[in-house]
Each structure stands twice: as C-alpha cells, then as structure tokens.
Ligand binder design. Structure first.
Ligand code: AMP
Length: 213
C-alpha cells in the first residue's frame, strides 16, 4: 500500500506516520527527516537545503524528488511506503505520478490530516524532540515528566531550529501558497481521504486506519 500523508506543518503527520509504520509494516518516507539527516552529516545537499529550511521555504523540487525516487526503490519499500511531507507542490505531485508510472506503481490513498490554522502555531513552537531516540513531546499538550529530558530514554530534548515563531509563520505561509493546492489535485484524482486531525492521538490514528481500510 502506497500512502501520502498530507497536511500543514504541525498537523501531526510525522507522529501518526511513526505509529502507522508499526501497524502496516511499511517505511515512513519523510523528506524533512531525510534533509535533516543530510544536514547532520554535513553533506553538500544538506548544507544547501539548510538555507531554505531555515527560511521556512521549500527546498528545490529537483533535490527532494531525487531523494524520494531513490528511497522508494530501496528493498524495504517493495511492499509499500508512507510519504510524509512529500509531495509539497503540484509540480512534485506531477513528477511523482510520472516516476510511479515508470515503476508500475500508484498511490492508493492520500490522507489529508486537517487542523484549523489557528492551532498550528502553538503546536509547532511547543514541539520538543529527543536527540537520542527521536521521541516527540510538547511543552503544553504532552510535556515530559522532567523538563528537557526524554521520558523514554533520558535523552536531551531539543527544539527544531525551524520551529521558532518567525520560521513557523513562513512555513505556514508556504503551506497555504504551495502545498494546499494538492488537496484539490488529489481530490480530482479521487484519492483524497479527509480526516479530522484534532483530538487524542489514538483517536486520530483510528480515523486514519478507518479510511485506509
Ligand atoms: P518537515 O519536517 O516536513 O516539516 O520539513 C522541514 C523542511 O524541510 C520544510 O520546511 C522544507 O524546507 C523542507 N522540505 C521537506 N520536505 C520538502 C519537500 N517535499 N519539498 C521541499 N522542501 C521540503
């Protein structure tokens, strides 16, 4: 099963993707995670991407499309994959369609995780992640027992450099202008499944599973 998780930054796509991976045994393919990994390794691609990420804009299509094309052909993706944060523009979606055509694949479901824009700023600026195990927390909605320390492994919690208020505002504007049109794109392709992204994490997971069947 090939799935796209669509939604604004802060909709909880990454969190739900991590849980869906365990249920469906298909890998999460997150372009944001891949770009952050490249940056951490200090590769030229990662350093180039940083400029765009820090400004809350989009990394050029050619870069992310290359990453995804390579990733979905890895052995662990033969049974399907869950795209998280890709595509992010109509041009990326069209290019994905063409790549999938050559691979003889299709997208089965596009799950649009919908959250009112008024909620997103607070969700994003309060996010904290464990440096060691990657677990996610939120200073208000899901605080760790001890401030700055991961409940699961004791690792140090950090705030993503693009989760500060100024960059978050730009990311939300980028979403509205460049990514939101994908809702219409996949609606026209009869692939879109809309779900309410507000509520308890387990309930949201249940809604996604229901539409995936
Ligand atoms: P994310 O982790 O999905 O919020 O992505 C973090 C940042 O990585 C975004 O704000 C973009 O700068 C960049 N990025 C991630 N995915 C894409 C994509 N599909 N196209 C362009 N830029 C991307």
């Amino acid at each position: 099963m090939n799935i796209i998780l669509l939604g604004p930054p802060g909709a909880g796509k990454g969190t739900q993707a991590k849980r869906l991976v365990e249920k469906y045994h298909i890998p999460q393919v997150s372009t944001g995670d891949m770009l952050r990994a490249a940056l951490k390794e200090g590769t030229p691609l990662g350093l180039e991407a940083k400029k765009y990420m820090d400004a809350g804009g989009l990394v050029p299509d050619s870069v992310v499309i290359g990453l995804v094309k390579e990733r979905i052909q890895k052995p662990d993706a033969t049974g399907g994959y869950m795209l998280d944060g890709f595509p992010r523009t109509v041009a990326q979606a069209q290019e994905l369609d063409s790549i999938l055509g050559t691979l003889g694949q299709t997208i089965d479901h596009v799950v649009s995780v919908e959250v009112p824009s008024s909620e997103l700023l607070g969700r994003l600026t309060g996010r904290r992640t464990c440096r060691a195990c990657g677990a996610g927390f939120h200073v208000i909605f899901d605080p760790p027992k001890k401030e700055g320390v991961c409940d699961k492994c004791g690792g140090e919690l950090y705030q993503r450099s693009d989760d500060n208020e100024a960059t978050v505002q730009s990311r939300l504007e980028t979403y509205e202008a460049q990514t939101k049109p994908l809702i219409d794109y996949y609606q026209k392709a009869s692939k879109l499944r809309r779900i309410d992204g507000v509520g308890q994490m387990d309930d949201i997971l249940g809604r996604i599973q229901k539409v995936l069947g």
